[in-house]
Design a protein around this ligand. Structure first.
Ligand code: ADP
Length: 495
């Protein structure tokens, strides 16, 4: 599907100014303001999106409320909702390469990953939840014979979804698939620097027959549009993927408004732990490098801390830096590239600041550490490996969200666990070992939502994704995702 000629034809296709999707209509911002969309590929102006106002957010919420309360979507037979959602997935699939290229021009992810992880992942996710919704039912409680206890599962209402820029379609679909299948209506706010593909799939949803107001997309600034959604008295559930700082604000906004339920998928500082008895070191090297450097490290589950058993440390780092230097960084629309652009200049500067701080602390920059390809006008950073890192360093505790790997040696299993669990985060982890007992011990001892063994990433839709500690709460993916969008209601009947 990665036809280079087709990609080249799409690369420069002019993009008309984009519009919000509110109540089934395409609309500009209420005051006509726009945000410029700068392509991280070369720093050029790609198009504009509406710079939404509070009134825009409120109009979208009112449309979603009407569609929920009066529009019939929650009352529709699950099989009928399924039919519309499957049609929507088909339309996204039919436009997959166009969507992938548009998304890459907007956010910089390398095209090979973008096609799979963005439109095609959204297609799979929407199909999964559409197919599931007419196969899950309520319960009859095991009561005494004189009573009947029925447990209904009801759509939870209007969902506000606020999503980030690294994988807008994948993460957007993780929220939209189960929410819409469950019968909820949605107001979605994309990130400022990655809105275009979500606006486009909302248009495709209308084409597929999704009733007006069931899915609304409002673009603009987090502090305006996102805040209006978070503070709304009409939004029942708020789902979010993004930074811890914003997650904290959303919890406050909920407490200060209608106490809407808030589900957060926040960042990570995920430990990738390599024991000297790892079964296949070459595989561990390759997968560890990809686990931090693909999409320039802009992956919430990225393995950003590498813990290596001391006896293996030097040999492993030598192999890892040799492999890393073979990774091609650059134009994300070149199918041979393994890491594309950093999403924005702001993000690139943050990444470089982390590296400079480590350098000033006397840590060793084994490879990378610099901005590259500046002559293109785009935002590129060399994959960076930092060794001699101490567990208390900022680079070992805070999420960089860039192609920066912090390496820490350890001597014992206990020490590996202590370092692994020694941050505020608990999203993902990996353990490389040939010892089955050790693998299971580590799975139990590491506080994280997912622990990989002898691999990193690559889990599919059938398993939940969520964090513990300050990595968040609630789960995307798997049938558990429905728990956020379906309320339990008890009927207690005396017979
Ligand atoms: P990052 O710093 O990586 O961009 P953010 O958490 O700021 O991560 O962004 C994730 C999403 O949260 C984006 O859609 C952004 O617009 C939104 N956002 C940012 N600030 C707020 C806020 N105060 N209220 C609601 N949403 C916000």
């Amino acid at each position: 599907m990665l036809d280079p000629d087709r990609i080249e034809a799409l690369r420069n296709q002019p993009q008309a100014p984009a519009s919000h999707v509110i109540g089934g209509e395409l609309r500009p911002a209420s005051d006509g303001a726009v945000l410029e969309v700068i392509s991280p590929i070369d720093g050029s102006l790609l198009t504009t999106v509406p710079k939404g106002t509070r009134e825009d957010a409120e109009a979208a919420i009112a449309a979603a409320r009407r569609a929920f309360d009066e529009g019939g979507w929650p009352e529709m037979a699950p099989a009928a909702r399924k039919k519309i959602l499957l049609k929507w997935a088909d339309l996204i699939e039919a436009n997959a390469l166009e969507l992938a290229v548009l998304g890459v021009r907007d956010n910089g992810t390398e095209i090979g990953m973008a096609l799979k992880a963005e439109p095609m992942s959204a297609v799979a996710t929407i199909r999964y939840y559409a197919e599931a919704i007419d196969k899950i039912g309520g319960e009859i409680a095991p009561t005494a014979p004189g009573n009947l206890g029925l447990v209904h599962k009801e759509p939870a209402g209007v969902v506000g979804a606020i999503v980030p820029w690294n994988f807008p379609l994948m993460i957007g679909a993780w929220k939209l698939g189960p929410a819409l299948a469950a019968g909820c209506t949605v107001v979605l706010k994309p990130a400022e620097t990655a809105s275009l593909t979500l606006l486009r799939i909302a248009e495709l949803a209308l084409e597929a027959g999704l009733p007006a107001g069931v899915l609304n997309v409002v673009t603009g600034e987090g502090a305006v549009v996102g805040d209006a959604i978070a503070r709304s008295m009409e939004v029942d559930v708020l789902v979010f993927t993004g930074s811890g700082a914003t997650g904290r604000r959303l919890l406050e906004a909920s407490a200060q408004s209608n106490m809407k339920r808030v589900y957060l998928e926040l960042g990570g500082k995920s430990p990738n732990i390599v024991f000297a008895d790892a079964p296949d070191l070459d595989e561990a090297v390759k997968v560890s490098a990809n686990g931090i450097f693909r999409n320039s490290g802009q992956v919430c589950v990225a393995g950003s801390r590498l813990l290596v058993e001391r006896s293996l440390h030097d040999a492993f780092i030598e192999k890892l830096s040799a492999f890393t230097e073979t990774m091609k960084v650059g134009d994300p629309l070149d199918p041979a590239v393994s890491a594309g652009a950093v999403n924005s200049l702001r993000q690139l500067e943050q990444n470089l600041a982390f590296v400079e701080e480590a350098r000033a602390q006397g840590r060793t920059i084994v490879t990378g550490g610099t901005r590259i390809l500046q002559e293109t006008g785009g935002y590129y950073m060399a994959p960076t490996i930092v060794t001699d890192v101490k567990p208390d360093d900022r680079i070992a505790r805070e999420e960089v969200f860039g192609p920066v790997l912090a390496v820490l040696p350890f001597d014992t299993e206990d020490e590996a666990v202590a370092i692994a669990n020694g941050t505020d985060y608990g999203l993902a982890a990996a353990v490389w070992t040939g010892n089955l007992s050790r693998a299971h011990r580590m799975i139990r001892r590491i506080r994280a939502g997912v622990v990989h063994v002898n691999t990193y990433g690559g889990s599919d839709l059938t398993v939940p994704l969520g964090g513990v500690k300050q990595s968040g709460n609630g789960h995307d993916k798997s049938l558990h995702a429905f728990e956020k969008y379906l309320d339990l209601k008890t009927a207690w009947i005396k017979l």
